[in-house]
Design a protein around this ligand. Structure first.
Ligand SMILES: C[S@@+](CC[C@H](N)C(=O)[O-])C[C@H]1O[C@@H](n2cnc3c(N)ncnc32)[C@H](O)[C@@H]1O
Length: 231
């Protein structure tokens, strides 16, 4: 059996000096069949809010970055039945699960999900009317966050929206618990980046239009919607 050692301690200040993509891929591959429970209990309220304010409607070309087990992806396909919805996730098991359930629930829809690294997306410039990304940036180092944001900017059409969900840093006891979890299994938890990423998105050339905190039980999220300026 393959060795599964996901622990690689983070420095005490919580910095992620480099992205540990191989470990992240393995850990998310391993948990893919149970991950829907986590989405249901901790992410579904923020997913609702992000979708509601995303401006996504039927007939668009929509991209979801880091689909996880596909709960948001199915919502996107549902609101975009005659458009095209693409998804990607680093973990092949997550991507396969997302594709399988979307096809089963919406057999007639153009919905495609593959195992792709968000840091280098295989889409031409200006391909999408909208992109959605929930709880990914916690897992990338700063350089890779910036690189991924450049990719997001590149694949969006002028006037397109970018909806982003981050783990909130506005609940002190949660922050402490997250720092412990992140230092034990960084490939799964990463570290919180909610206070720094919005500025990086702005630096990548997108303008913020909506910014809201939401809490599901003890789990805080921040939902932001950005827009790529029209030419
Ligand atoms: C915390 S989960 C979030 C899943 C889902 N977006 C949600 O809202 O529940 C993070 C996901 O990001 C994926 N991921 C991590 N690094 C990635 C990368 N470089 N490119 C694409 N996906 C990545 C993981 O495989 C995992 O499925």
């Amino acid at each position: 059996m393959a060795e599964l050692n996901f622990s690689l301690r983070l420095p005490r200040n919580g910095a992620l000096p480099f992205t540990i993509a191989d470990r992240t891929r393995r850990v998310y591959d391993t948990v893919s069949s149970v991950y829907p429970a986590s989405t249901f209990f901790f992410h579904s309220k923020a997913h609702d809010l992000a979708l509601r304010h995303s401006g996504i409607r039927d007939g668009m070309r929509v991209l979801e970055i880091a689909t996880g087990s596909g709960e948001m992806f199915r919502r996107l396909v549902q609101v975009n039945p005659s458009g095209t919805t693409f998804g990607l996730d680093l973990s092949p098991n997550m991507a396969a699960r997302t594709q399988f359930h979307a096809r089963r629930k919406f057999p007639a829809a153009a919905a495609h999900c593959g195992a792709v690294d968000a840091r280098q997306m295989p889409f031409p410039d200006a391909s999408f009317h909208a992109a959605m990304c929930c709880y990914l940036f916690e897992l990338l180092c700063e350089e890779d966050i910036r690189r991924t944001l450049r990719e997001v900017h590149r694949v969006l059409r002028p006037g397109a929206t970018f909806s982003l969900v981050l783990i909130g840093q506005n609940v002190e006891f949660f922050n402490r618990a997250y720092a412990v979890a992140g230092s034990l299994v960084p490939a799964f938890w990463g570290r919180q980046v909610e206070q720094s990423v919005p500025e990086m998105v702005a630096e990548a050339g997108l303008r913020v239009e909506r910014n809201q905190f939401v809490r599901q039980g003890f789990y805080p999220s921040r939902v932001l919607v950005f827009r790529k300026p029209a030419r």
